[in-house]
Design a protein around this ligand. Structure first.
Ligand SMILES: Nc1ncnc2c1ncn2[C@@H]1O[C@H](COP(=O)(O)OP(=O)(O)OP(=O)(O)O)[C@@H](O)[C@H]1O
Ligand SMILES: [Mg+2]
Length: 366
């Protein structure tokens, strides 16, 4: 591996998110009125956007950002949740995030309160509210960010199967935003089904705002690919407009896939890389389809051959099960705000089309 390639791996590009920054800035600058849900396909840049945005805004405003990444934590019992949300205060009590420079806070408690919470003699929600009040009193805006909240779906309060932790949390979030206006609360998730349960819950829907974080737009991808030195510190090679078009045509605005392709271009010609990429997607779709329920899976995916934007809206119950499986396996994305399904990205659409192309000779024989 060349030195430059190593640098490229370390120094990841961050391409235009101006619109999203504008939206978030507006959300932070008005009084907390609702829970903000960030949704969008897998790897559309939700987590990165939040890190970059708060890194920026912490330089401008007095904020206390509590960033809870539930993907990083082992959360399957109530105690894990408590350990993620609450920390016994040590010197400073802050941690610098590994991926960026934002200051991350937790709900700070002393050892005595921790003991009380763990022994269920103190109500964790009251402890959280007290800290939010204290911060607000000091003129500091509290922001609570929860990434991958669906990780808590199977946790119950006091092991009582009737009392889901997530329901209690939502009630708390509604109280802190819409009712008390004490904290900004942002929840990010790429699990469309999980978000759908929120979206169709009439009580929650009134108290939440949904915002989609999508892959990059074409003009931003072109700007990136035609200025590799500026954005990705790549000087070993440059791309022509035609090359950039080909990459867009293969993976669209999906950043991590673009980065994967860029790293291969240090060693291989572009056409080989892109062909290899499409073959890989064909393999992925084929593996998925033939694993089981081949015919049913084919019948669903067939509907996407001609148009990646041909959304499946009317589905029977049986289709619903298959569609759900495709969403779980990240083949399709389910957009909760419109109740539509579509392939996770352009590369998946290639995989689907090539899969049906590959079947053609067999069909002719029949
Ligand atoms: N604005 C950007 N420009 C370039 N690359 C980006 C940008 N935002 C994110 N990426 C890259 O895209 C990949 C996915 O980003 P990220 O993890 O933030 O997405 P996500 O939506 O949070 O994913 P998940 O659905 O898994 O939670 C990462 O490799 C990241 O470096
Ligand atoms: Mg994420």
């Amino acid at each position: 591996m060349t030195n430059e390639k190593l640098d490229y791996r370390k120094d990841v590009a961050f391409i235009n998110r101006e619109q999203d920054f504008k939206y978030l800035r507006n959300y932070i600058n008005i009084r907390p009125e609702s829970i903000l849900f960030l949704h969008g396909p897998k790897s559309s840049g939700k987590t990165t956007l939040l890190y970059k945005f708060f890194e920026q805004i912490q330089k401008e405003q007095k904020l206390e950002v509590k960033f809870l990444d539930l993907r990083e934590t082992f959360t399957n019992v109530y105690e894990d949740f408590l350990k993620t949300f609450f920390r016994v205060e040590t010197r400073g009590g802050k941690k610098e995030s590994l991926t960026s420079n934002i200051n991350i806070g937790f709900f700070k408690i002393d050892a005595a309160v921790e003991k009380k919470i763990l022994e269920k003699r103190a109500d964790p929600f009251k402890v959280m509210k007290a800290e939010l009040l204290e911060l607000t009193r000091k003129g500091i805006k509290p922001v609570l960010i929860i990434d991958e909240l669906q990780a808590l779906e199977k946790i119950y309060l006091d092991n009582d199967k009737e009392r889901q932790l997530i329901t209690a949390l939502f009630n708390f979030f509604v109280a802190m935003t819409k009712q008390a206006h004490l904290a900004h609360i942002i929840i990010a998730s790429s699990d469309g089904y999980f978000l759908n349960t929120v979206y169709i819950d009439s009580k929650l829907k009134k108290c939440s705002t949904f915002y989609k974080v999508d892959y990059l737009m074409k003009e931003d991808v072109m700007e990136w690919l035609l200025n590799l030195e500026k954005y990705s510190k790549i000087t070993d090679y440059t791309l022509t407009e035609a090359d950039a078009e080909k990459i867009w045509d293969t993976v669209g605005g999906s950043m991590w896939e673009i980065q994967d392709i860029l790293s291969q271009l240090f060693e291989h010609p572009i056409d080989n890389v892109l062909d290899g990429y499409k073959q890989k997607m064909l393999g992925l779709i084929t593996y998925y389809v033939v694993q089981k329920e081949r015919e049913k899976r084919e019948n669903i995916l067939k509907r996407f051959i001609h148009d990646e934007n041909l959304w499946v809206i009317d589905t029977g119950e049986e289709d619903e099960v298959i569609l759900k499986d495709m969403v779980t396996n990240n083949i399709l994305y389910f957009d909760p705000t419109r109740a539509v399904y579509y392939p996770q990205g352009k590369s998946y659409h290639w995989g689907i089309r090539m899969y049906f192309e590959s079947l053609k000779p067999d069909q002719r024989k029949k």
